[in-house]
Design a binder for this molecule. Sequence first.
Ligand code: DAH
Length: 338
Amino acid sequence: MQDEIQEIEAAALAAIKSARDEQELDGARVAFLGKKGRLTGASAGMKNLSKEDKPVIGQLLNAARSAITAALDAKRAGLQDAADRAALAGLDLTLPGRPAHPGGLHPLTRLRDRAVQICRRLGFALAEGPEIETEFHCFDALNTPPEHPARNEKDTFYFDSGKLLRTHTSTVQIRTMEGEAPPVRIIAPGSAYRRDEIDATHLSVFNQLEGLYVDTDVNVGDLKGTLEFFYRALFGEDTEVRFRPHFFPFTEPSFEIDIKLHVKGQAPKWIEVAGCGMVDPAVFESICASRGDDAYHPDKVTGFAFGMGLDRLAMIQWGIRDIRLLIENDARFLRQFA
Ligand code: DAH
């Protein structure tokens, strides 16, 4: 029986060696180690052996099984290696890689996100309103009388229904106060529309960031501190900010905000970036009338509001000279921000 085992082992190792692929290798495994395989058959003969022979032959059988199994494993790994090498044949690993083109955020999106983040740190929550608005929300409720030039058909996109594309995001102030009792502290980024001639600094669709803070005892100091903090957080600690008296129908007093722009090779100049002011009592009265309560009675609450042009801020941030670049989608321009 010893000879038989040796002969089986040698035959198995030879079959494994000559196997050309996984399938032939598996055939060899089944032929020798399978249920009806030769070594399995030889093991069945153990029961006829004498007590003395059993352990000796048992050991031989085990050794043969281990040797065949090891040879199978080694051959399988070898075949896999060869298959891997064949798959890579002809592949030039020294060729330069194909560059990936990751997308990037539009500069306006980047600027808006940063502006929103700064305001959120100050406790402002996001609010929104429709872009197709009523004259009431766009003008009347904001103390803007019918004869005001902003309401002129030449300056505004009206629909036949009498609604219009909002000319500013200040509409969201009204919608917020109609729906929520004070205190409110909101910002509303969004589009605004005007029938403007399009040139290097004007688009007929542009982007604003509106803000409103109403509570008891809100004062001009709060307004100034908040907006100075905002512009310094956005443009850097030494940004110079100036509040210039102005007029808006919905705030009293009102200011325009300028920041000092430094461009290499040019004298520094002040440029206007926002309008703001203390909410006019007439606006609070109008809100009380629409709500049918006196939650916003001008004797009880005060507030400040501001509205800034986001396109303008992006132009300042990156020294963009023509606002039209922001909507032309020229990849050569946009790639610089990716
Ligand atoms: N709505 C104004 C505009 O579009 C900007 C503005 C000025 C908004 C003063 C305000 C504000 O909230 O208080 O020109």
